[in-house]
Design a protein around this ligand. Structure first.
Ligand SMILES: COc1ccc(C(=O)Nc2ccccc2)cc1NC(=O)CCSCc1cnc2[nH]ccc2c1
Length: 270
């Protein structure tokens, strides 16, 4: 979809599909090709207010170079007097979390396929020196084939987030984040452990009534596996090797892809 410059006139704008801190997201069809995309309209006035021009420019440069089946594509961007418009891949089956809430929990094959997709996408991003990927659950979308897409919502605050806490859920924070230690991309490996647990059991491992209890359980790595639903020993083995306090001892992304539970259950087509 390379072209010297795009404008709004190249697209038929469809329904509104989402809200970001900097603007709204619409379904759109590119007139020439009929290709359906998501247009994220960001107001320059907002960028000025938050002084995000440089951040957005840097992000666009980074995103433009990313091309992985499990990372939402930024195809192009253009701007006019008052707006910057991002031409993004459209993930037709929407938010993975809405699906999880609907079906309660995923099968071991589905969970393993999503974990393998995430590990592959993160390994790709880390190879491209991109570790600002934030694999919070709200950032995971599903395309028309049900393939997982890490949809970096940039600095958007999702106004329609379903999470129970205000500032985005704390269930995914790694111990080093809570203890304000230096953290690197090993936090993503921790988050993969949380997500794998939640995919299989339907709720995150350290959930508690009060936020303080959740934080205490995280720093203690107070991990236990309920007797129901049945979850295989291999799955628990993988989760136990990711939810490790010492970030240097967490299973690496490559080792996740080679783990017996992933090898046995993940669908290679993603
Ligand atoms: C590569 O992706 C992105 C790259 C950059 C930014 C961004 O906003 N950067 C920014 C903005 C201002 C200041 C600084 C940085 C956002 C995204 N990605 C999304 O926002 C995903 C949801 S919009 C698309 C989309 C697709 N498919 C769907 N299916 C259902 C809903 C839905 C929604």
């Amino acid at each position: 979809m390379e072209k010297p410059e795009w404008s709004m006139h190249d697209f038929e704008i469809g329904k509104y599909i989402g809200e970001g801190k900097f603007g709204k997201v619409y379904l759109a069809r590119e007139k020439q090709s009929g290709y359906v995309v998501a247009l994220k309209v960001i107001f320059k006035a907002k960028l000025d207010k938050y002084r995000f021009h440089a951040h957005l420019r840097r992000e666009i440069e980074i995103q433009h170079g990313l091309d992985h089946p499990n990372v939402l594509r930024l195809f192009a961007w253009f701007h006019d007097a008052e707006r910057v418009v991002l031409v993004l891949e459209y993930a037709a089956r929407g938010e993975l979390y809405k699906l999880l809430r609907t079906v309660r929990r995923f099968s071991e094959r589905t969970a393993a396929t999503y974990v393998a997709s995430l590990a592959g996408a993160l390994a790709y991003c880390h190879k491209k020196q991109v570790i600002h990927r934030d694999i919070k659950p709200e950032n995971l979308l599903l395309d028309i084939e049900g393939r997982l897409k890490i949809a970096d919502f940039g600095w958007a605050v999702r106004s329609n987030a379903k999470r129970h806490t205000l500032c985005g859920t704390i269930d995914y924070l790694a111990p080093e984040m809570i203890e304000k230690k230096a953290h690197d991309h090993a936090v993503d490996n921790w988050t993969l452990g949380i997500l794998c647990y939640e995919f299989l059991y339907g709720s995150p491992p350290f959930e508690a009534a009060e936020q303080d209890d959740t934080l205490r359980r995280i720093v203690k790595v107070d991990l236990s596996f309920p007797t129901t639903p049945y979850v295989s020993a291999e799955a628990k083995d993988l989760i136990s090797k990711l939810l490790v306090k010492d970030s240097s001892k967490r299973l690496s992304l490559d080792d996740i892809m080679k783990h017996p539970w992933i090898v046995k259950n993940a669908d290679p087509s993603g």
